[in-house]
Design a binder for this molecule. Structure first.
Ligand SMILES: NC(=O)c1ccc[n+]([C@@H]2O[C@H](COP(=O)([O-])OP(=O)(O)OC[C@H]3O[C@@H](n4cnc5c(N)ncnc54)[C@H](OP(=O)(O)O)[C@@H]3O)[C@@H](O)[C@H]2O)c1
Length: 265
């Protein structure tokens, strides 16, 4: 794959619309060559054309359905073999907003495949090269639903909790290796996500929805600041600090080796 820049290649999944498309634009403006992954090839071709003309970078579309073995395998092969890749943005994601009982088997399986299996396998595919070089970064797009579940978000929230905990674990593993992983937790963002989710964006209070550009620019600012977890819509960072302290204290409280008196007859 011919590339033009000395900057590492960035692979962005779900780049055909929404958050992924804006990541592609912002990374191109930072001089990264790109591999853009999604199913809708026309959209990828259009984006590749626009970004190469605007930023003088090389961009390649890669059609892959990441819920299939064939699609996922192709992207894994690329990540394993192209040593110029230095950034992976695990952004592709979906989720029907409906109850667990009402969701079709196909939708449940696709959400787990796309939101859990794909980022895990793509991360595992790229990590050996990153570790060998002692450089590289992974950005995992989770969601604020990682720490909140509503009656219509059960499966989606569970997959995004996975994305957050997967990232947190990787950060522990990768300390002092030169490889970075950032979790980004968007709240409501104006994208096509809501078309496939089954609840229109118009059903949400516009006051709690940010633009895709605001979201990605804030997330990249967090990346530049070296943040491990970026919550673009949280103004008061002490809320996150308090949450993390409480989570850590809760774990500490479990490490006593005896049942609590209320469970002992
Ligand atoms: N929008 C929000 O309010 C919000 C909030 C929190 C988190 N997020 C997360 O942000 C990420 C991006 O979503 P978005 O809001 O930008 O929605 P979006 O505009 O619907 O983008 C989703 C992207 O994922 C791709 N995709 C979907 N199914 C795929 C598959 N089977 N294989 C490969 N690619 C697939 C889509 O491309 P194709 O259809 O062309 O394949 C598209 O490029 C997701 O992980 C989502 O969970 C969004």
């Amino acid at each position: 794959m011919p590339m033009s820049s000395a900057n590492p290649i960035a692979v962005v999944t779900g780049a055909s619309s929404g958050i992924g498309a804006v990541y592609a634009d912002r990374l191109a403006s930072r001089g990264h060559d790109l591999v853009l992954v999604a199913r809708r090839m026309e959209r990828l071709h259009q984006l590749v054309h626009t970004l190469s003309a605007a930023h003088g970078i090389a961009a390649h579309p890669m059609q892959a359905d990441l819920t299939t073995e064939a699609g996922l395998g192709r992207v894994e092969d690329l990540l394993r073999t192209d040593e110029r890749i230095g950034l992976l943005v695990n952004n592709a994601g979906n989720g029907k907003l409906c109850s667990t009982a009402d969701m079709s088997d196909a939708d449940a399986a696709a959400t787990i495949a796309l939101n859990v299996v794909a980022p895990t396998r793509l991360t595992r595919a790229v990590l050996p090269a990153f570790l060998k070089r002692r450089s590289g970064a992974i950005i995992n797009i989770a969601s604020v639903m990682a720490f909140h579940a509503l009656p219509v978000t059960t499966l989606y929230s569970a997959t995004k909790s996975y994305a957050l905990m997967f990232t947190r674990g990787l950060q522990e593993e990768l300390a002092n290796t030169g490889v970075r992983v950032q979790a980004v937790l968007p709240a409501g963002t104006a994208t096509e996500f809501y078309d496939q989710a089954g609840i229109p964006l118009s059903a949400f209070d516009p006051a709690v929805v940010m633009t895709t550009e605001q979201l990605v620019d804030a997330a990249l600012a967090g990346f530049d600041q070296g943040e491990a977890v970026t919550l673009p819509s949280v103004h008061d960072t002490s809320v996150w600090t308090t949450y993390e302290q409480a989570r850590s204290a809760l774990f500490g409280a479990t490490q006593v080796g005896t049942p609590a008196p209320r469970y002992v007859a």
